[in-house]
Design a protein around this ligand. Structure first.
Ligand code: BG6
Length: 469
């Protein structure tokens, strides 16, 4: 029986009563500079140095202007009925010059959290979502122990100020993305480097800092939970019976999934990742004391971001300029479905694979789907007669993933919620506002908000705790 047939024959999809329905965004992607005197981030540096790399030369200055419009925005989110929202704090806002915290910024986040509480929306707060302050990235980012010490100071302030108003903290969002995109030749995150030793140090620096932050949090009386948000993608070799493709898939899996999963959840830097970096000429520079700290980490929960599966094959050329491209090559399966705006494969079953994997490898660890969604260009083309964006493609996308989430739940996966990406249209790394992900449309010139069809659909699901397929 094909996947489609089995899904069609399914009855109403029901979720547990306590399931946390929500949506997400992040500080750099929605706040804008606002009025609290925010410091520069790595995105400001990047934009100042080469605005042409950003879609229509739109930088991070204003974005969705949430810093000034949060009261109305949160009221609109409440109208949809979301029970939780996943946001992030901005380090550069709370510490504009890295010396002392900005009191107006401290107040700003209190005000946002109070506003959420007023509407009974739980706050799931990330400490760092790709927005390292500019000064920190200029001194080697997460590989530098001074940056890590300053981050712990920033984390202490957050825990002291906001623990009572927060449901769950996440140390980092998608740490592997910052590492690979910034330091392994992908050239989409500042400092656009290709330096494998630095990459290994940055990734391991993040793992160490995550463990230190979790332990700092747990050393004090606390209300919230703490964990991390990882992007996980099931990896498929192009040909299952081809040793070269399987080896390439293992290398991809080690680098993209296993490194952070083992480091941040299991508390170890395993042999596979050490060997992979050894092939790239990099060695482990952590001390045995660092490794002990990492080994003690204990997350209360895990956030899982899932967008697409990854298909991998043996590299066609064994030798190339980049060491990384000798380990694997990704490829696009011609018969697969794609989101043409973003180029990502649409494979709802992948979310189930990831959920079952987490349940198997970390039995009893609660997790939630912290991001999943669809970014589409030119949504203007999909307006209905009333002018509302009728984004049925997004509804189909979300529905098909929720069906597989429910299947994993039915098989015992301890998944407690879903915060789709994103609550409203937000700015994206390099793509700026090209692809829109929101349940709520933002008209940028006027900054007006309008619910899309998907917002009404989501409202109904939340109310009814499920939907018909
Ligand atoms: C996730 C990130 O990986 O993907 C978000 O956590 C991001 O910050 C989202 O916006 C969608 O990706 P993109 O590149 O299309 O914005």
């Amino acid at each position: 029986m094909s996947e489609d047939v089995s899904l069609k024959s399914m009855p109403k999809i029901k979720f547990p009563n306590h399931f946390l329905w929500g949506a997400a965004t992040s500080a750099e992607q929605c706040e804008g500079r606002g009025q609290t005197g925010k410091g520069l981030t790595k995105w400001d540096l990047h934009f100042q140095s080469d605005p042409n790399q950003f879609f229509e030369k739109v930088g991070p200055e204003i974005t969705s202007d949430f810093a000034r419009r949060y009261v109305q925005d949160i009221a609109l989110w409440a109208q949809i009925g979301i029970k939780a929202v996943r946001l992030s704090f901005s380090w550069a806002r709370l510490f504009p010059d890295d010396q002392k915290p900005s009191q107006s910024a401290v107040k700003f986040y209190h005000d946002v959290l109070d506003e959420l509480a007023e509407h009974k929306i739980k706050a799931l707060m990330t400490l760092s979502h790709f927005d390292l302050p500019a000064w920190a990235v200029q001194v080697g980012g997460w590989s530098n122990s001074k940056v890590r010490a300053a981050f712990l100071n920033y984390a202490s302030l957050i825990f002291r100020e906001y623990d009572a108003k927060t449901e769950a903290f996440a140390t980092f969002c998608e740490p592997i993305v910052e590492t690979i995109c910034g330091y392994m030749g992908q050239k989409c995150h500042w400092p656009l480097a290709e330096n494998y030793q630095l990459a290994f140090n940055v990734g391991n620096g993040l793992i160490l800092l995550h463990a230190q932050t979790v332990s700092l949090f747990k050393s004090r009386p606390r209300h919230a939970k703490i964990g991390v948000v990882l992007n996980l993608s099931p990896v498929y070799p192009r040909r299952r019976d081809h040793a070269g493709d399987r080896k390439a898939a293992r290398a991809y899996e080690t680098l993209h999934n296993r490194w952070m999963l083992e480091g941040m959840v299991a508390g170890k830097i395993g042999q596979p990742i050490r060997k992979l970096f050894a092939k790239l000429g990099a060695r482990l520079e952590l001390t045995s004391q660092n490794l002990q700290t990492i080994a003690q980490v204990k997350c209360d929960y895990l956030g899982v971001n899932y967008y697409f599966p990854t298909r991998v094959r043996e590299p066609v050329r064994a030798k190339s300029k980049s060491g990384l491209s000798t380990l694997f090559e990704t490829w696009k399966k011609p018969s697969a479905r794609y989101n043409k705006s973003r180029g990502w494969e649409i494979y709802p079953r992948g979310i189930y694979r990831v959920m079952m994997r987490i349940s198997r490898e970390f039995p009893g660890l609660p997790f939630y789907i912290s991001e999943n969604g669809m970014g589409v260009a030119n949504e203007n083309l999909f307006r209905d007669k009333s002018g509302k964006i009728a984004d049925f493609y997004r509804i189909d996308f979300l529905k098909s993933h929720l069906v597989w989430i429910q299947k994993a739940l039915a098989q015992g996966a301890p998944c407690f919620g879903f915060t789709l990406w994103s609550i409203f249209d937000c700015w994206s790394w390099l793509n700026a506002y090209k692809n829109r992900y929101g349940l709520i449309e933002i008209d940028l010139p006027t900054q007006t908000r309008r619910l899309k069809q998907s917002a009404f659909w989501y409202q109904k699901i939340i109310k009814e705790g499920g939907f018909d397929v």
